[in-house]
Design a protein around this ligand. Structure first.
Ligand SMILES: [Zn+2]
Length: 164
């Protein structure tokens, strides 16, 4: 893969000078930078995926563009919103998302492995209730209790399958 060059401007207005304020402000900037770069990396991956995915894998027919569909991905630094390209095979009537395939995300998956890992770690150490608060406080992640519970169940099923 080719090297990507990413550049943009960051603006900081020094409203205060105390170190607490500076820390908070830079954490905000760090998140902004992360999300912007993440988005651009996604765009690049999608462009490459589109070049490779011209034909339907099942029937070989040329895929046509079928608009875009929004996807939200929860990362360790915040939620990224992407409008990803949807392709369609007019024979199989199937929609294909080159970005999802390149990223290795299954259709409904919306959290990264990092988020999953930390959520489960927190849920093992404390209660679901606390895990939700803990994650928000220390990482800024908003993962609902329900979602943590759901991930724990999924993980349990995965371990069961693996043990079998
Ligand atoms: Zn097809």
């Amino acid at each position: 893969m080719k090297e990507m060059k990413v550049s943009f401007e960051i603006r900081i207005t020094l409203q205060q000078t105390d170190v607490h304020w500076v820390e908070q402000e830079l954490l905000r900037v760090r998140q902004e930078v992360f999300l912007e770069v993440f988005k651009r990396v996604m765009e690049q991956i999608e462009r490459q995926g589109l070049k490779r995915m011209r034909r339907c894998k099942r029937c070989g027919r040329v895929l046509v563009r079928n608009g875009k569909e929004r996807k939200e991905i929860k990362t360790l630094v915040g939620t990224v919103r992407i409008n990803r390209v949807r392709l369609r095979c007019q024979r199989c009537r199937q929609d294909i998302y080159p970005l999802d395939q390149a990223l290795g995300l299954v259709r409904r998956e919306r959290v990264t492995m990092g988020v999953r890992e930390r959520s489960l770690w927190a849920a093992v150490e404390v209660s679901y209730e606390k895990a939700h608060e803990f994650l928000e406080k220390f990482t800024g992640l908003e993962v609902s209790r329900k979602k943590i519970h759901q991930m724990a169940l999924e993980e349990g099923r995965r371990i069961e399958r693996w043990e079998e």
